[in-house]
Unconditional design. Structure first.
Length: 295
């Protein structure tokens, strides 16, 4: 076969010594919003990509791996799914997955960057799949930190789909012990707080472990789980926190009953996948058991 020449590349830098390149077929948007740099591109390998501050947020080919993992273990564990809060999640895919449950009465989504939401609606409508127009969706363009301070609602699950807490990111102030306390104050009894929690590779698990150690100050059960997300070229981690529910021990029959109630077909998550998500490698378990840095 003749070799295809690509003249444009998006290169994601994971660390000063580690990069991943994507051949670009089309650029839909590249620029800055009031809060961050944003690009929507089409890559040769993964289809459309949303890129924020130089980091891949999700891809057309495998975003369901990430979003189903983030949302459904937590919702499957709940007895009351009527009120769900999403922090971040501007592309609308987390909202989409939450609203697949007919038990959800209101899904409140708070994202600081209305321009990202508008770009997602324009260029990535597959991600939200009509979720923004669902009458159960309550979308607030605003600062999640301010919302948590003022809001007095209680939520069965709080799902954090914020960007990485880099120094120049608008998400950075939300990753600290004080804000974790504000989040817990908004959880209904028996509720679950679940968050995207950085990388889980043997060489880049330090930030994830720091999050888990901090959250153990607040909750009885703090369970890490992870999966490989090909577009990220990384093992991506999540943390589920609750005083009432140990998500690692969630019963498979309960998961399957929950999945049977959902609208639409799942791509990645089921009871068998749940067991895999929570089966951590020894090196990560050892890192999580160590004393170390906290927020």
């Amino acid at each position: 076969m003749p070799k295809t020449e690509y003249w444009q590349w998006y290169v994601e830098e994971f660390a000063p010594t580690e990069r991943h390149g994507h051949a670009i077929e089309e650029v839909y948007f590249a620029g800055r919003t009031a809060f961050q740099s944003v690009a929507v591109i089409r890559s040769a390998a993964f289809g459309k990509l949303l890129v924020i501050d130089g980091d891949t947020q999700s891809s057309q080919a495998d975003e369901k791996i990430y979003h189903e993992s983030l949302v459904h273990p937590a919702l499957a564990a709940l007895d009351d799914r009527s009120e769900i809060l999403i922090l971040g999640g501007g592309e609308g895919a987390t909202l989409r997955e939450v609203l697949r449950s007919p038990d959800v009465r209101t899904a409140t989504m708070v994202d600081i960057d209305g321009e990202v939401i508008a770009l997602a609606k324009r260029f990535l409508p597959e991600w939200s799949d009509g979720a923004f127009e669902d009458p159960r969706a309550r979308v607030i363009v605003g600062d999640a930190l301010a919302f948590l301070k003022k809001d007095r609602g209680l939520y069965g699950a709080i799902v954090s789909d914020l960007t990485e807490p880099l120094a120049d990111s608008p998400s950075n102030p939300l990753f600290c012990d004080e804000v974790f306390g504000d989040i817990k104050a908004r959880l209904a009894p028996g509720g679950v707080y679940v968050l995207q929690a950085s990388t889980a590779g043997f060489h880049n698990m330090g930030l994830h472990a720091k999050m888990a150690r901090t959250l153990r100050r607040r909750y009885r059960f703090v369970r890490s789980f992870y999966t490989h997300v090909p577009a990220f070229d990384n093992d991506w981690a999540f943390i589920a926190c609750s005083d009432a529910i140990d998500l690692e021990a969630l019963d498979g029959a309960r998961i399957e009953r929950y999945l049977a109630s959902l609208r639409g077909e799942s791509y990645f998550y089921d009871a068998q996948t749940h067991r895999r998500l929570f089966s951590l490698p020894l090196y990560l378990r050892r890192e999580l058991a160590k004393e170390g840095d906290v927020f």
